[in-house]
Design a binder for this molecule. Structure first.
Ligand code: LLP
Length: 432
């Protein structure tokens, strides 16, 4: 994303941070359209155009709004959804259903019905009961659904435990124990209502190294060989999930997609040619790596408290309600003073939110120029899992999100009002 300074004032893709704050209020999520487009095109260059029969399904959970879904559609990607709400958002935006795939460890009957009725492209079956549930839903409607099985590859990944998902002891995926997996595969292969394409895994998120993807890949390549030996049925699609990292701090490593995907493709090609089979389609589900760096959050500074010899707290008008990641994963962020871009960062401060929680810290011990009430701060790289994990804790409204490009800003989501927050509430008649 293009950040510039004009006389010490921050401009984001040519839009003045102060103008944005005035027009839309703060906190404000600002998304750079050129950055998102650039990331999508990077995936095209390094993966989709380089290898035939590949797809990238943007993981909507990272940032799911109708505008974002439209942008992803325009850039030619597919979409990975994990709930009826994400599916609804995509369908409302007119996203082509056949380019949607549905993940999740406990898809509700109503969600599966919605997916089957919409005619989405794939359901990634997860868990032990979902196959029969789905077959029933398909049979009732006379519709066949393409499916993959998400397996738990039993690999650890080097990331925060809360976002490591491939371990054997995991709520995600079908265990690879032969007595559990193969009867389910056999059933899917012989089912009239599902077309079994192959296997899916997702090992974790914000991964800087390709080791977990490659270890998990070996296990699904073994499964593909075993399936061929058992039933002479080839795997036609492999989905290796997402997890590719974004850069949150200056100097932090950020590997290109090719670093993960070239060795994956090489291994898939090699194994299938050894089996004498055509290479299956290969699918990825990047979320964070597309949208994290494209977003920043603008805040207005309020109270500033210097506790002599202890710490200086700079409070802003948002916090854990618009970015839970520091509290939940100890995630670190880069902060800039958007109204003092040319001043030297000569203070170490802790930027905290306005919620009634001591853990409501956005960034600990960051260097900033001295700021005071009314200054704007920008927290970078909040594009993924910021808005999408936002809450109304303390009845703070969820901020607006805007898309910026060439000096123009357009609304993706309007800011919630107090009335929006009480709109669904009722005073029980007995209390009136
Ligand atoms: N596919 C599946 C099946 C997933 O579970 C996920 C993320 C993705 C794709 C996308 O992963 P990505 O490319 O974004 O790493 N809230 C956490 C991240 C949770 C990720 C959950 N699954 C955070 O803020 O770090």
């Amino acid at each position: 994303m293009e950040i510039t300074s004009r006389e010490g004032r921050m401009f984001i893709e040519g839009c003045g941070a102060e103008d944005l704050a005035r027009a839309y209020g703060t906190p404000l999520y600002v998304y750079s359209e050129p950055d998102i487009v650039d990331k999508c095109r990077g995936i095209r260059r390094e993966f989709l155009d380089k290898y035939e029969d590949t797809r990238a399904a943007y993981a909507a959970k990272a940032f799911c709004t109708m505008g974002m879904v439209k942008l992803v559609e325009r850039e030619g990607l597919c979409l990975d959804v994990v709930s009826g709400g994400e599916l609804y958002t995509a369908l409302q935006a007119g996203f082509p259903p056949e380019r949607i795939e549905f993940n999740g460890n406990n898809k509700l009957p109503a969600e599966l019905e919605m997916a089957v009725e919409a005619g989405i492209g794939r359901i990634i079956v997860d868990g032990l009961q979902e196959l029969s549930l789905l077959e029933g839903i398909c049979a009732a409607r006379g519709r066949k659904m393409k499916v993959l099985f998400r397996v738990t590859p039993a690999v650890d990944s080097h990331t925060h435990a809360y976002i490591s998902t491939g371990k054997k002891d995991s709520k995600f995926g079908i265990p690879m124990d032969p007595e559990i997996l193969w009867p389910l595969v056999e059933r899917a292969l012989s089912s009239q209502w599902v077309d079994f394409l192959g296997f899916h895994f997702h090992v974790g998120s914000q991964l800087h190294e390709n080791g977990s993807h490659l270890a998990a890949l070996e296990t699904v390549l073994d499964l593909s060989g075993e399936m061929w030996r058992r039933w002479k049925r080839p795997v036609r699609e492999l989905n290796i999930g997402g997890g590719f990292s974004a850069r949150y701090l200056p100097g932090e490593p950020r590997q290109p997609w090719s670093y993960f995907l070239d060795p994956v493709m090489e291994r898939v090609e090699a194994r299938f040619s050894a089996l004498g089979l055509p290479r299956p389609a290969v699918v990825i589900e990047p979320g964070r790596s597309i949208v994290a760096e494209a977003g920043l959050t603008l805040y207005t500074v309020g109270s500033v408290k210097d506790i002599p010899g202890v710490r200086k707290y700079v409070s802003v008008d948002g916090g854990m309600t618009d970015n839970i990641r520091p509290a939940l994963y100890q995630a670190a962020y880069t902060v800039a003073a958007a109204t003092r871009m040319d001043e030297a960062a000569r203070e170490t401060v802790t930027v905290c939110g306005k919620c009634c929680e001591s853990g409501d810290i956005l960034a600990r011990d960051v260097s900033l120029p001295p700021v005071e009430a009314g200054d704007l701060l920008a927290v970078y790289t909040t594009g993924a899992y910021g808005y999408s994990m936002a809450s109304n804790y303390n009845s703070n409204p969820i901020p607006a999100a805007v898309l910026v490009k060439e000096g123009r800003a357009e609304v993706l989501v309007r800011r919630q009002s107090y009335a929006d927050m009480t709109a669904l509430q009722e005073i029980p008649p007995s209390l009136r």
